[in-house]
Design a protein around this ligand. Sequence first.
Ligand code: GLU
Length: 514
Amino acid sequence: MSKVRVRFAPSPTGPLHIGGIRTALYNYLFARKTGGTFILRIEDTDQTRYVEGAEQYILNALKWCGLELDESVEKGGEHGPYRQSDRKDMYAQYAEQLVKNGHAYYAYDTPEEIDQMRENLKTPEDPNPKYNFASRGNMKNTLSLSAEEIKALDDANTPHIIRLKVEPNEEITFQDIVRGDVTFSSNELDDKVLLKTDGMPTYHMANIVDDHFMEISHVIRGEEWLSSTPTHVLLYRYLGWEDTMPQFCHLPLILKPDGKGKLSKRYGAKMGIPVFPTEWKDDTKNELFIGFREEGFLPEAVINFLAFLGWNPGTEQEIFTPDGLIQAFDLERVNKAGARFDIQKARWFNQQYIMQTDPAQLAALVRPHVEGRGHQPTDEYLAKVCELMKERFETLKDFWANSRYFFEEVTEYDNEKIIRKRWKPENRDKMHDLKSSINRLRNFTPDNIESQVKKFIEEQELSFGEVLPFIRLAVSGTTKGASIFEIMSILGEEEVAKRLERGFNDFDKIKENA
Ligand code: GLU
């Protein structure tokens, strides 16, 4: 195989959908696996769809995901520039070359005239007639008009575009790594616009010229581009570049969890789940789209999850480090069928990564979520909490909900029913003694606390059910959670004493009001 050079070629028309990151990821994995080059090209020829900030968003999102680029707008490289608007002078000559060779033509139709043609030709079977071999003869172009008519239009400076001349009744076949041989009839294609009235190229023209001059070996992109590929094949052929035409690989769609339709940003917004790598604020519409980063996902987990949306390693293994993914990845194992997006699965992957993360590192990751609530614990304290709690949260954001009692006093109890039913004010003095005896422990370790509590229960002839749930509630506000003795040890004797005192008072009051 000649040197692998692959590109991710987003248009900066808004935030990068998670499907775009999946495309970038597969390009990246393939490049790293084959010792190739991973390129970012910004396709911004459609100025009407340009969105301020989108390019920077794309760069930041790739960085957050750890998908390091070899050549890009920021990094430069030998095949630059890497933004199409900075290359705009090089495209027109190839469109002109196609005209000269008889594979393209000038067209002078106004948008209204094209609409009119569609209106006239439309039938129930073909509601959207094409500008193609069948209709072009009745339109205003250099194939249908006489030399005088053309001269008159040019003398009047009539704006014109260049269209590809697609011959009818041809079969266009290309090989796709995922789908095998794919054949389209040229009759299904329209005479695509290559150059616009302002001399700017369209996506098709710029994409082919750039892939050629950037020496792209494989075009790995979403399935929505499959139907453009026969046009691209014709362009390579007519430009005389067929020998170096890249190999194509179209990735399956990412579907909603029910498999019905593409995963859209609207769906994400409705369900409150991220479909973007990082948050995106749309100031014009005052909309905020949440991102995986802000929802408390680790980039490695997002990457691992995305790798499995359309690919599998052929084994049972699911957890892969980024390096492991590179080793295991293979374009041949990319699926044809659409991949269902399942946020629960994403959370599961995230939890696996959280459990694997060293407590000190995890502490640094959860810190913003704790500081955001106005608390500044020491690194040591936070690391201890993380060590104890790391199996109990799926996202960094959940950490706060499950661990807040390590940072804040308990003011509510999640199980008042048990207090009303089982708290015995007559045991109050004994519970007070328990508090003092725990407090007297020399080493406030989980083991010491546990044996002290158990000894106390036996000596006082109490039952576990009369004591333990109430210690738990007083200390953490909940009857569920990690080992209560571990929790107490982390909180420290003073804090525990304070909480038990306050808790027992609260329980008396709740019981009184019951
Ligand atoms: N600019 C196209 C996009 O936004 C690129 C498609 C391709 O990779 O050819 O996805």
